[in-house]
Design a protein around this ligand. Structure first.
Ligand SMILES: Cc1cc(-c2n[nH]c(CCNC(=O)c3cc(-c4ccc(F)cc4)cc(O)c3O)n2)ccn1
Ligand SMILES: [Mg+2]
Length: 215
């Protein structure tokens, strides 16, 4: 097919959503991915859990690993108060280009910093480049085999401190077994599993919320 799936998602947003209305962007993407083409957005069911965690944490600085088309970026940014922001990392330049336009359509570009590149390359530069002390919330939604190494890297770089909340998508499907084992057995994290379903399907999936307790 001539266009990519992310391009078709953007087209659905431009056709169905209202500029400056983040909820209409979320609704348009969910409708398209449920009724037209599946895509790897966190989706409406797990998205509601994400919303409740964002509201509970009321973070000032958020790190999102794995932007894709910007669906969860919009979900998070729409709940942030003035002055708060989400830094989101995307590896694939084509996904990043679409995400920028989706975020712009939602009117939330002032609350979002989208960075292109690999998590492992960028995390060590976060403090210096963005003036970040530590993250209040980290949403892990990138390559599943990078969840554990990047969590350890965030710890080493001092970007996780007492009270930081890690929220991980896809801990069942596709699955992140080594990450789950780590946060559930570490004395430095208090973890809980939110059972749900893989976006737009009946397959089991869920989010794992882990609060860092300090050293
Ligand atoms: C900064 C940085 C960023 C990245 C990065 N950027 N964007 C991503 C996307 C990662 N997401 C997924 O692969 C994913 C897959 C499924 C899925 C697929 C197929 C199935 F059959 C079932 C489930 C479902 C999901 O919800 C997912 O999130 N990684 C990588 C490295 N460094
Ligand atoms: Mg995901």
């Amino acid at each position: 097919t001539r266009t990519s799936r992310p391009q078709r998602i953007l087209k659905a947003v431009q056709r169905k959503a209202t500029v400056g209305d983040p909820q209409s962007v979320i609704t348009a993407i969910d409708h398209f991915c449920r009724h037209r083409e599946w895509a790897m957005n966190v989706g409406d069911e797990k998205g509601s859990i994400l919303d409740s965690v964002v509201n509970e944490v009321s973070p000032v600085t958020v790190l999102e690993l794995g932007t894709y088309c910007g669906y969860s970026t919009v979900r998070i940014a729409r709940l942030l108060p003035p002055g708060a922001c989400v830094i989101t990392l995307e590896f694939n330049p084509d996904y990043a280009a679409i995400a920028r336009q989706v975020i712009k359509w939602s009117g939330l570009e002032d609350k979002v910093q989208l960075v292109e590149g690999a998590s492992g390359d960028w995390i060590p530069w976060m403090k210096e480049h963005f003036g970040v002390q530590a993250f209040d919330l980290v949403f892990l939604d990138h390559w599943k085999e990078r969840y554990l190494p990047d969590t350890k890297l965030l710890e080493e770089c001092g970007l996780i401190q007492k009270g930081t909340v890690l929220l991980a998508d896809n801990v069942i499907c596709p699955g992140t077994p080594d990450y789950l084992e780590y946060v559930r057995n570490s004395p430095h994290y208090n973890s809980q599993y939110y059972r749900s379903h893989l976006e737009y399907t009946k397959a089991e999936d869920g989010l794992e919320k882990s609060v860092f307790l300090g050293y």
